[in-house]
Design a protein around this ligand. Structure first.
Ligand code: COA
Length: 374
C-alpha cells in the first residue's frame, strides 16, 4: 500500500547572537581602512586597487536584510579575523551541525507529539556539510535515538525542498512512514566576510521538517498536494571548497573556496525560471496560482520575492501573502523558506493552500504545494 505524504510539524533553532548591518559595516569599513592605509604607497603608485567601503543603506536597499543570526559573532566582527571561530570538537562530542540540527528536530518532534523511536529516517539536507563522513544525518539519527537510516544531501539553497520531496517519495513508495528532513545551515563558515559584494548576505540557523504518512500524522497537518524539482547548471553561484583543494598550491584560503556569485545574473535568470515553474506546476495540480493563500519563498532577496510573488499571484503581494524573514535572518540558504513556513503558517484556515519554494545554486529550484488540514 502506498502512503500519502503530509508535513506533520516543523522545528527551528535560532542562534542567540545576531549582527546588525550597522555592526557589520563598521567592522568591514575598519578592515578597508586598515588595508588601504597599509597599502597606501602601492595604492598611490597605482599598483594596488584601494578597497571600497560597504554601506548600511546599500545592503538594506539591495537585499532587504537588516541583521542576521550567527553562531560566532565576535571573531566575525574582528577586522583582524573576519570569520567565525569555534573549538574543533573531538570525535566523541556532538558536531556543530548535528547539535543545531538536533535542536530543530526536537522541536518538530515535540510539536507533532512524535516519539523519536517512531521515526524511520533522517535526511540532513544542507548547502555545506561539516565533513564528508560519517554522514551528519547518521549522527543526528543517533543523537535522537532513531532506529532506521540517514544520509546527507546537498542541493545548495534548495536542499530542504529536495529533502521534502525525497521524504515524500519514501512515503509514497511505502518505504518509510516518518522522515525527518533536517537543515542545519552554518552559512557563516562559507561566507567571505571580506567580500564587499556578498559580506552581508548570510546567517546561521537550523530547521527541521517532519514528513509523514497521513495515516500516522497528527490531526492538524499539511497535506502535500505535489512537489516539483528542477536543476539547470550555472556557475553564477559557486563554492569551490573541497577535499581536492589539498592538492592546490594556494591551499584552501583562496576566495573562490568560499561562496561567490554574480548576484545580478542570478537575480535576472532565476526569477523567471521560478515564476514559470510555479505557474506550470500549479496548473498541472489543478490549482489556480492566484488562489494560493500564502507563498513561503526562499529568502535571498526581497526584490526577487516581490517579482516572483507578483507574477504568480497576479498582483503585488503583501507581507501576509508572501512573508519575509530575510530582514532578521538574512539568507539562510535552504532553511529560509522553511523558517518562513514555520513562523507564518499557524494562522491559515483549514483548506487553505500554499507553496513552500526554494531556489539557488545549481541552479536549483524546489516546490512543495501544501493544504492545511485540521
Ligand atoms: N556597499 C555599498 N555598495 C556596494 C556594496 C556594498 N556592500 N556591494 C556592491 N556595491 C555597489 C557596487 O559596487 C555597484 O556599484 P556601481 O554601480 O558603482 O558599479 C552597486 O553597488 C550595485 O552592485 P550590484 O552587485 O549590481 O548590486 P545588486 O543591486 O545586484 O545587489 C545583491 C546585490 C547580491 C543583493 C543582489 O544581486 C542579489 O540579491 N541577487 C540575487 C542573489 C541570490 O539570490 N543569490 C542566491 C544565493 S543563495
Amino acid at each position: 500500500m502506498t502512503g500519502r505524504p503530509v508535513i506533520s510539524a516543523t522545528g527551528l533553532f535560532t542562534p542567540d547572537q545576531s549582527i546588525s548591518n550597522e555592526e557589520l559595516v563598521a567592522s568591514f569599513n575598519a578592515y578597508v581602512e586598515r588595508h588601504n592605509s597599509e597599502h597606501a604607497e602601492a595604492i598611490a603608485a597605482g599598483e594596488v586597487e584601494p578597497l571600497q567601503p560597504s554601506s548600511v543603506e546599500f545592503i538594506e536597499k539591495a537585499s532587504g536584510i537588516k541583521s542576521r543570526h550567527v553562531l560566532s559573532k565576535e571573531p566575525i566582527l574582528d577586522p583582524e579575523v573576519m570569520k567565525p571561530r569555534w573549538k574543533e570538537r573531538t570525535n566523541d562530542e556532538l558536531s556543530h551541525m548535528a547539535e543545531i540540527g538536533v535542536a530543530a528536530a526536537e522541536e518538530a518532534l515535540e510539536r507533532a507529539g512524535r516519539n523519536a523511536k517512531d521515526v524511520d529516517a533522517v535526511l540532513c539536507a544542507a548547502s555545506n556539510m561539516e565533513r564528508p563522513y560519517p554522514a551528519m544525518a547518521i549522527e543526528i539519527q543517533q543523537a535522537l535515538g532513531i532506529d532506521g537510516f540517514g544520509f546527507d544531501m546537498n542541493v545548495a539553497c534548495s536542499s530542504a525542498t529536495f529533502g521534502i520531496q525525497t521524504a515524500a517519495d519514501y512515503i509514497r513508495a511505502g518505504n518509510a512512514c516518518s522522515v525527518l528532513v533536517v537543515s542545519p545551515e552554518i552559512t557563516s563558515g562559507h561566507l567571505n566576510w571580506r567580500d564587499r559584494d556578498s559580506h552581508f548576505i548570510f546567517g546561521d540557523v537550523a530547521t527541521a521538517v517532519l514528513v509523514e504518512d497521513a495515516a500516522i500524522a497528527p490531526d492538524a497537518h499539511w497535506e502535500v498536494l505535489g512537489t516539483k524539482l528542477k536543476t539547470v547548471f550555472s556557475n553564477n553561484i559557486r563554492n569551490n571548497f573541497g577535499f581536492l583543494n589539498r592538492a592546490s598550491p594556494e591551499g584552501q584560503e583562496g576566495s573562490d573556496k568560499l561562496f561567490v556569485q554574480e548576484g545580478r545574473k542570478v537575480f535576472k535568470e532565476v526569477v523567471p525560471m521560478v515564476a514559470d515553474m510555479i505557474i506550470e506546476e500549479a496548473d498541472r495540480l489543478g490549482i489556480d496560482p492566484q488562489t494560493l493563500r500564502r507563498l513561503w519563498l526562499h529568502q535571498a532577496n526581497a526584490g526577487m520575492n516581490r517579482l516572483i510573488a507578483q507574477r504568480v499571484l497576479g498582483h503585488e503581494a503583501d507581507a501576509d501573502e508572501s512573508p519575509t524573514v530575510l530582514d532578521t535572518y538574512g539568507n539562510t540558504s535552504s532553511a529560509g523558506s522553511i523558517i518562513a513556513f514555520h513562523l507564518h503558517s499557524d494562522d491559515l484556515a483549514e483548506g487553505d493552500t500554499g507553496l513552500i519554494c526554494s531556489f539557488g545554486a545549481g541552479y536549483s529550484a524546489g516546490m512543495v504545494f501544501v493544504r492545511k488540514v485540521g
